[in-house]
Design a binder for this molecule. Structure first.
Ligand code: APR
Length: 308
């Protein structure tokens, strides 16, 4: 039997993710939304694409939480996206309410599931999901670092005129304006970009990465990015469903690692069938440690506003 992934929120990110999963054929999908008809319509449309995609995955669109029961993975994309001029943090209160409701409803019906939080401000929403579900931290994970790293990879590839698939990058810290792109751990087929580019160019690419989401919000004007966020989330779903044990930057609950305590922040992890199988601790230099600590402090100040 195929594994079951429930995608909560059938908007731009949720529907794009559902499409990627169904097209891949790796598992079955339930697409849930509170909007009447939207998940049903999008699911029917995708199921009619399956013969063309050569996929035997099933997709069900629903407004009924009972259809999510027994999920292996629950992806939370429900909530409000940014508008121009807004930071991810401006979404805090509205989205905390939505995510609490979603996790309360889904976690009871799928007590063995792994939860992936995508809704922003993502690190805080992961913390909300942990609290509301009562799951162990290895099964509650946030999506941010893969997306931020993909943006960094794209910009580095453009700068060096190389294929983005040959660029590996690491972006740690919270998924916000203080995220920490790490040039030392960013390589083109093993060669660190600190060897390939001057400091000024690297600084410019780092800055563009930090504001990569806002750059798209300013262009779209009515919402935020969704193709790359969905593709980044797909990479996590695939790592879990296929037990790939990939090393990926994800938001994880830190319990002393990297100096963080009781807080979600982006770090490299090993992601497999049981969720976060390990947090990988790299040796950071002083600058990286300071930047990471500032980013963690920013996440913590938001968490404190919610009185979790
Ligand atoms: N329960 C279920 N679904 C909900 C709820 C709720 N309580 N509240 C809102 N939704 C649904 C909306 O009906 C909508 O279909 O969430 C969906 C959000 O879709 P979009 O508005 O298109 O937003 P999207 O671009 O998908 O972003 C969703 O992901 O990347 C983050 O910052 C982004 O927080 C935002 C989230």
């Amino acid at each position: 039997m195929k594994k079951k992934v429930s995608v909560i929120g059938a908007g731009n990110v949720g529907a794009s993710l559902a499409q990627m999963i169904v097209q891949s054929g790796i598992c079955d999908v339930v697409l849930f939304d509170i909007a009447d008809g939207i998940p049903q319509g999008k699911a029917l449309d995708m199921s009619e694409a399956c013969p063309l995609w050569g996929s035997s995955s099933s997709i069900t669109g629903t407004n009924d939480y009972s259809h999510t029961a027994g999920s292996d993975v629950i992806v939370v994309t429900a909530g409000f996206p940014r508008k121009p001029g807004m930071s991810r943090d401006d979404l805090l209160n509205a989205n905390a309410g939505v995510v609490s409701e979603v996790v309360e409803n889904t976690s009871k019906l799928s007590p063995q599931a792994i939860i992936i939080a995508v809704t922003n401000p993502m690190d805080v929403m992961a913390q909300v999901s942990l609290k509301v579900s009562g799951f162990e931290p290895a099964r509650v994970i946030g999506m941010g670092g893969i997306l931020d790293s993909a943006r960094f990879r794209t910009f580095v590839a453009g700068e060096l005129s190389v294929s983005p698939e040959d660029v590996e990058a690491l972006v740690c810290g919270g998924h916000g304006d203080l995220m920490v792109p790490m040039p030392r751990f960013t390589t083109v087929r093993g060669a660190s970009i600190t060897e390939l580019l001057g400091k000024e160019r690297i600084d410019a690419l780092v800055e563009r990465t930090r504001h990569g989401g806002a750059e798209i919000v300013a262009l779209l004007k009515t919402g935020s990015a969704y193709y790359a966020p969905a593709a980044a989330t797909y990479e996590m779903v695939e790592a879990i469903v296929l037990d790939k044990k990939r090393m990926l930057p994800c938001s994880a609950y830190l319990n002393g690692e990297y100096g963080g305590q009781g807080i979600y922040t982006g770090v490299p992890v090993i992601l497999g069938g049981s969720g976060i199988e390990k947090i990988v601790e790299l040796q950071l230099n002083e600058q990286e440690k300071n930047d990471f600590a500032k980013s963690v402090a920013a996440v913590r100040s938001l968490v404190e506003k919610l009185n979790l």
